[in-house]
Write a protein that binds this ligand. Structure first.
Ligand SMILES: [Zn+2]
Length: 89
């Protein structure tokens, strides 16, 4: 748990797939970022492709789907004067 991984941030436009799945082991998924040192599961580098959660649900393994669902929603830094006014949590 103390081992901190490094990630490349990936900019994803809204509506674009932002879940990056390792196509070598199909068991690692990251949202809007890529592990610098490759897949933590199988070590593959540059094996990640972006998918939507819907797509992952169609063909993903149970554990992959679970991981994808548990990823926090992409939290882009809110721009000053953003038009998101409907959040009253
Ligand atoms: Zn992998």
């Amino acid at each position: 748990m103390t081992q901190s991984q490094s990630f490349w941030p990936v900019e994803c436009a809204q509506g674009e797939p932002d879940l990056f799945v390792c196509l070598t082991c199909f068991d690692e998924v990251f949202r809007a970022k890529l592990p610098v040192e490759g897949c933590p599961g199988c070590g593959a580098v540059a094996a990640f492709e972006p998918f939507t959660l819907e797509a992952i649900r169609e063909w993903g393994t149970e554990s992959l789907i679970q991981k994808a669902e548990q990823l926090p929603a992409s939290s882009l830094p809110s721009k000053p004067g953003s038009d998101q006014a409907a959040s009253s949590v």
